[in-house]
Design a protein around this ligand. Structure first.
Ligand code: AMP
Ligand code: MG
Length: 346
């Protein structure tokens, strides 16, 4: 199957993310040359701004009427304190778009397109999800989703440092099914694509040929393999261990940054991903969840919050009606929700 068969909107979304992945693979050292800490304590680097400017410019060209809701904005870049960051952002954006377009005000305006409102139809973008992973040489992704009427219709997750390998036909129970997900230091990179009611696929960087992503068929709770944030501040790993204990699973959770975890779950490399906020008031940003949730669902899995409720993308930039996340291959989902419900009653 070829990406073209998924229609022009999916093609544009997949190509812009693929081009951003290619850029990051070639420009990584200069894209992380300057880094600073935002008011909320999370790091931001040149790459966050460059990728947001590039994706916003492409979306503006193809879908000028669609708002963009993205993690970054250009206010900090307008100050003199970060002039080195700004100059590097302008230089790198200039490598991705025609030079005449890469004027300072135009680039800052593209970044500021990310301040858009959550309209009936809008795009949401995390230009670099897992910035800490990028900085430490680990995993990070570029996550883009189209939301229409509160439903995620398209999810695209670009993975510069991930490889998903296709099994030889004789081993695959479904033709073209990716059965082995590998994280390698020399990974080829690729793009995970999900389209509502159509499916989820892996697209390599050098062709539009799609390989189907399907969740694991493991139904024995004791064999649950879990994925978890590397950042202990982002999710309570002790609570995850409690859930795994209740399932009688002895496997240690694999720690990984950003929505790489949802890609690996969709590829069948694990059965469970949980996000258990340490601060009970924390609400997830939509760009951290939208694309990844559709990938897991379209690969055959289930996604809810810790209370078993569906994610509600109608509440603006954050999931105000949801707390935390349970994403699974579906088979052990109810068992996990039962454990978390019992825990939160205490
Ligand atoms: P992960 O690597 O799964 O922890 O996801 C990284 C994302 O966590 C970042 O893109 C942030 O938007 C988000 N994040 C930042 N602060 C918090 C927090 N206190 N709790 C949960 N997630 C957070
Ligand atoms: Mg993020």
């Amino acid at each position: 199957m070829h990406v073209d068969s998924l229609g022009p909107v999916v093609v544009v979304a997949s190509e812009v993310v693929r081009d951003a992945v290619r850029f990051m693979r070639s420009a990584e050292p200069s894209a992380i040359a300057y880094t600073f800490t935002k008011a909320n304590g999370s790091p931001v680097t040149v790459a966050d701004f460059v990728v947001q400017a590039f994706v916003a410019s492409r979306l503006a060209r193809h879908f000028s009427g669609d708002p963009l809701v993205a993690e970054e904005d250009a206010s900090v870049l307008r100050g003199d304190a970060v002039s080195q960051v700004r100059e590097q952002v302008l230089r790198l954006v200039g490598q991705m778009v025609p030079r005449t377009d890469a004027e300072r005000e135009q680039v800052l305006a593209w970044i500021d397109r990310g301040r858009g409102a959550c309209a009936r139809r809008f795009w949401t973008l995390d230009p670099i999800d897992g910035t800490k992973g990028l900085l430490r040489g680990g995993q990070y992704v570029i996550a883009l989703a189209l939301v229409v009427g509160g439903t995620v219709e398209i999810g695209v997750v670009g993975c510069p440092r991930l490889s998903i390998t296709t099994a030889p036909a004789s081993q695959a129970d479904v033709s073209d099914h990716a059965v082995l997900a590998a994280v390698e230091s020399d990974a080829a990179g690729g793009v995970a694509i999900a389209v509502r009611n159509r499916g989820a696929w892996w697209m390599p960087l050098d062709s539009g040929r799609l390989t189907r992503l399907l969740v694991s068929t493991e139904s024995n709770p004791a064999k649950t393999r879990a994925l978890h944030s590397r950042e202990s501040r982002h999710s309570d790993v002790d609570e995850l261990h409690h859930v795994l204990g209740a399932l009688r699973s002895a496997a240690s959770p694999v720690l990984m940054d950003g929505q790489t975890k949802q890609v690996l779950l969709a590829a069948g490399a694990a059965e469970l991903l949980m996000r258990i906020p340490i601060d009970r008031e924390y609400r997830e940003a939509i760009w951290d969840q939208a694309a990844g949730a559709l990938l897991v669902e379209e690969a055959g899995g289930r996604v809810t919050d810790l209370d078993g409720l569906p994610l509600d993308f109608t509440t603006g930039r954050h999931l105000l009606r949801n707390r935390g996340l349970i994403a699974s291959n579906g088979l052990l989902h109810d068992a996990v929700v039962n454990v978390t419900r019992r825990r939160s009653l205490r």
